[in-house]
Design a protein. Structure first.
Length: 363
């Protein structure tokens, strides 16, 4: 049972009405994943709002507490980064089963993993604008004064990130028994090639199309960046590599995944995997109009003044980080008795990471 299913709507509405000073007309589930998001509808001009409360992984070292996420959002209001405005933090776990924060609701649509763009953006100019908007927002984030976040966010080097993700993967596989061997070779390569003296900026920690809102009619406009529970101070090129891992350029190799498909009977997930393997984790990136990785890197360097070197390391680390997170989610789902398809994606990401470090896939 999720926190969203445990909510006593009447009690929660009474609390929120008193704290926010508005009449609450409805509370409904907006989204459920690592966090549950509830849409808080109101009467009058103020609102609606979004309530966010954690479901899993929040107690691990890679995630901020709800209070810290609230503080990050507070500090972001003084910057050029587009993000929701925090309006309430509640540490009382009795209302929704965990602490929560309330923030302003931003209009727009995200593009989750494997999904196409909203139909009105499915044309060359729309795809190009989505790609450029993503890299511009990332550059703006990485150009933000980081001193204001020093007391909230942990400072993390690429080498420390590798160690953290190795530990996460080790703990997850010890429980599930699912242990794709290529990941450990990738881990050794990452440890050996981690930059010794990285740049440090504010990073979102999970910057991807699924955490960015787009509005507009035919031409997309980036309306805001969501889900700041993974914010940290670190090498911004880690985040750039994580984003560009989702890109699919002309000439990119297509890994052979028949062995993965033969080991699993989940036909729906295998279909999704084959589509991602052919078109990229963000399939719009392989369609006409989308800028390629080189153009995005060049634009990022111009906007930030940060030189992007060692692309292979940063893209491989992005794949390894994603595999470790998915392995951890797989562990939680199995522990909770929930059906999980994440192991299939972990195997694919292990294959992709291995192809990057071996040079078969050129980032």
């Amino acid at each position: 049972m999720t926190n969203g299913e445990r909510v006593d709507s009447s009690r929660l509405e009474t609390y929120l009405s008193a704290e926010l000073g508005v009449e609450i007309t409805d509370v409904s589930v907006l989204h459920e994943a690592l966090n549950t998001s509830l849409l808080v509808s109101t009467a009058g001009p103020r609102g609606p709002y979004v309530l966010r409360t954690p479901e899993m992984l929040r107690d691990t070292g890679s995630f901020l507490s709800v209070r810290e996420e609230y503080e990050v959002l507070e500090q972001l209001q003084e910057t050029a980064v587009d993000a929701p405005e925090p309006v309430l933090h509640c540490a009382d776990e009795s209302l929704v089963g965990a602490p929560f924060l309330v923030m302003t609701h931003l209009d727009g649509e995200t593009v989750p993993l494997g999904n196409r763009l909203p139909e009105r953006f499915r044309h060359p100019a729309g795809r190009r604008q989505v790609g450029l908007s993503l890299i511009d927002a990332l550059a703006e984030l990485h150009s933000t004064e980081s001193d204001r976040f020093v007391d909230i966010c942990e400072r993390t080097t690429p080498r420390k990130q590798v160690v953290t993700d190795i530990e996460r993967l080790d703990e997850a596989t010890a429980v599930t028994g699912h242990d794709p061997s290529p990941l450990w070779d990738v881990a050794d390569w990452l440890r050996e090639h981690a930059p010794a003296d990285p740049v440090m900026t504010l990073s979102h920690g999970d910057f991807r199309p699924g955490n960015v809102l787009f509005t507009g009619t035919e031409q997309p406009t980036l309306a805001g960046v969501l889900d700041w529970e993974t914010a940290f101070l670190g090498d911004p090129r880690v985040e750039l590599g994580y984003l560009l891992l989702r890109w699919r350029d002309a000439g990119d190799p297509t890994p052979e995944i028949d062995e993965i498909a033969a080991r699993w009977s989940d036909e729906g997930t295998i279909r999704e995997l084959r589509a991602a393997n052919k078109h990229g984790l963000a399939p719009f990136t392989s369609a006409p109009g989308s800028p390629d990785r080189r153009e995005l890197i060049d634009r990022y360097e111009r906007l930030t003044g940060i030189t992007v070197e060692h692309e292979r390391f940063y893209t491989a680390l992005g794949a390894f980080m994603l595999a470790a997170v998915w392995a951890d989610i797989h562990r939680h789902q199995l522990t909770d008795g929930v059906s999980s398809s994440k192991a299939i994606w972990v195997e694919y990401m292990a294959m992709l990471a291995d192809s990057i470090v071996s040079g078969e896939f050129e980032p």
